[in-house]
Design a protein around this ligand. Sequence first.
Ligand SMILES: [Zn+2]
Length: 405
Amino acid sequence: MSRAVAISWLGLFAIVLLGAERPPGLADVRDVRHWSYKNYTRVVVELSGPTGRSEVKRLAADRKAGRPERIYLDLPNVWVGTRYADPIRVGDGLLRGIRLGQNRATASRLVIDLERYERHRLFQLTSPDRLVLDIYAHRGPHGGTITARHPSAQKAPRGAPPALKAAPSPRTSLRPVHTVVIDPGHGGDDPGAVGVGGVREKDVTLRLARELALRLRERGFQVFLTRERDQKVSLEARTAFAEGKGADVFVSIHANAARRRGAHGIETYFLDKGHERHSLRVAARENGVPPNELDALQRAVAGLKVSEMSIQSRSLARAVHGKMVKGVRKTHGSVKDLGVKQAPFHVLFLSGMPSILIETGFVTHPQEAKRLASRFYRAVLAEQIARGLSSYRSERSAKLARHAS
Ligand SMILES: [Zn+2]
């Protein structure tokens, strides 16, 4: 296909498809959402069914045709028809807009018109089926914006698409820990687990998060919460928020639940590729994925490059988990140490910084439900998590000092 044809595909296919029959068995585009931050934008395309594996491609600006630099992605088995014939305007300094069109009878194409671009990440998730596309622009030496184009984009020969920089993670180089995003799980019409005495996970997580924020600020951290009140926030929005705030670490707070009333204890998760069945079940519940989709969940994580970040996340998990268990034992006598574990939580792989998810206890266990509902227990946990984060911060500063010398 010549470039001219490739470039004019949207207009061309819109004409060809006017009045075209829709083949059976295709998924619909349910919604397109986006979140904009200073050097980062997330686009989510929600579908009514699965699409095939897809690859992001990049096209250089075509000044003659008045087209900006853009990236695009084909969505096999997706029908969009002419629903998004009008582009979605974004204009946030990174994205000019989003377009979706029927590229072939059995495939749609997502096009992002760019204003600034450095790299991207793409995730394909299930329940609901969706694509998450993260786009990053350059960050200056002090977090400021660099408006110049990437050098490789300037050097590219005329007409040739610039090199594509798919980023497995935006922050592979270490820097001091300063900004913490705390993510109180669930909220709004999603109560999370509901346990003995009607203790609701969403209340436990928010109260604990507020306690933790106070204690971290006292220690000099900059702290943001993904929600400040009882409201529903999607997993994509939570992690986009952390990316957008330039967080150095992400801490998601949850409470556990089990069919077996006897189950109790604290466990802390980070993202890596090996998982036990129990961990997968916890991840499925927190992701809102039915248990019969555990395999799909595992496959999604298998395709990620997690090694670099998971080393950091594991250190963070160990630092925090150790302090929690020790602290609760001191004040409450005993707590079962369920350990530091690996699992494919969406909140862990959608965030690009060292990230952990803490299951602070089982609301389905009579004694633990009582503890989680008590201000004292939450204060103890918050204090210990803050100590864990402080020791992780020191650990990392020491490492950076060694590198510098
Ligand atoms: Zn939860």
